[in-house]
Design a protein around this ligand. Structure first.
Ligand SMILES: Nc1nc2c(c(=O)[nH]1)N[C@H]1C(S)=C(S)[C@@H](COP(=O)(O)O)O[C@H]1N2
Ligand SMILES: [Mo]
Length: 220
């Protein structure tokens, strides 16, 4: 973990953490649901891993890949792949829920936890939303709290191997508690905003938040 003593005492992040603590998060360090509530309504399990995209698969080598973190943050970040890999590495296991009704259990991810990214870039008080920008032109929006979920990460590996190009390599976001369209592949930039800014699918009728357990598939 980053040295939190370096954070300003009343930063956005520390206040969010205090609120999460009040709400009972951080108790297990892992999001665990009872087995009978594990599969969200209207979903079915699949063993393979389908590929969904806009019809183009950008080819970004690890050498060419860059990540920009900017907007309402105290410390903008501009990382190449080695700088990204030099951050704290974590492994998470989580389930995928796609709005097209397939779910896939027990995906092993490795990368940078969004919590650790937030400690590095230090969102300003005014930052309440993030927009993820991808190399294929895709965007998706998240409330800062959803982006900061304890099992959310910027993943570069899956099942112990580099993320394949079709699944979003060199690096993608994974936000397991929301439908998978929120998990941007081929991540290029993370923009912090004081206002919401619906992304590619959100302006085309998908729900703004996308909670699978509430079946937030499409907006009304
Ligand atoms: N950059 C980018 N990210 C994206 C998409 C996309 O088209 N472009 N599709 C989204 C959708 S709708 C889904 S369901 C998942 C699919 O991820 P997968 O192909 O690894 O299963 O990626 C999400 N992230
Ligand atoms: Mo999707």
């Amino acid at each position: 973990m980053a040295d939190e003593s370096e954070l300003p005492p009343e930063s956005k992040l520390t206040r969010s953490k205090e609120r999460w603590a009040r709400e009972g998060k951080f108790l297990t360090g892992r999001v665990v649901r009872p087995e009978d509530q594990r599969l969200p309504p209207g979903q079915h399990l699949t063993r393979d891993w389908p590929v969904l995209d806009l019809g183009l698969t950008p080819e970004i080598s690890r050498e060419r890949w860059r990540l920009d973190v900017y907007g309402a943050v105290e410390t903008p970040l501009f990382w190449d792949f080695p700088a990204f890999l030099a951050q704290e590495q974590r492994q998470f296991v989580s389930d995928i829920h796609c709005v097209t009704t397939w779910s896939r259990y027990d995906n092993q991810w490795e990368g940078l936890a969004t919590r650790d990214l937030l400690a590095a870039c230090r969102p300003r008080d005014t930052a309440d939303f993030v927009v993820l920008h991808s190399y294929d032109g895709y965007t998706t929006n998240l409330a800062l709290e959803d982006f900061a979920a304890e099992d959310a990460l910027l993943a570069h590996s899956w099942s112990g191997a580099p993320l394949t190009r079709e699944h979003g390599g060199p690096a993608r976001v994974v936000v397991p508690h929301l439908y998978f369209w929120k998990s941007a592949k081929w991540l290029k930039a993370i923009e912090f905003l004081d206002h919401d800014a619906p992304g590619y699918w959100e302006v085309r009728g998908y729900h703004n938040r996308g909670d699978p357990w509430a079946e937030q598939r499409y907006s009304d």
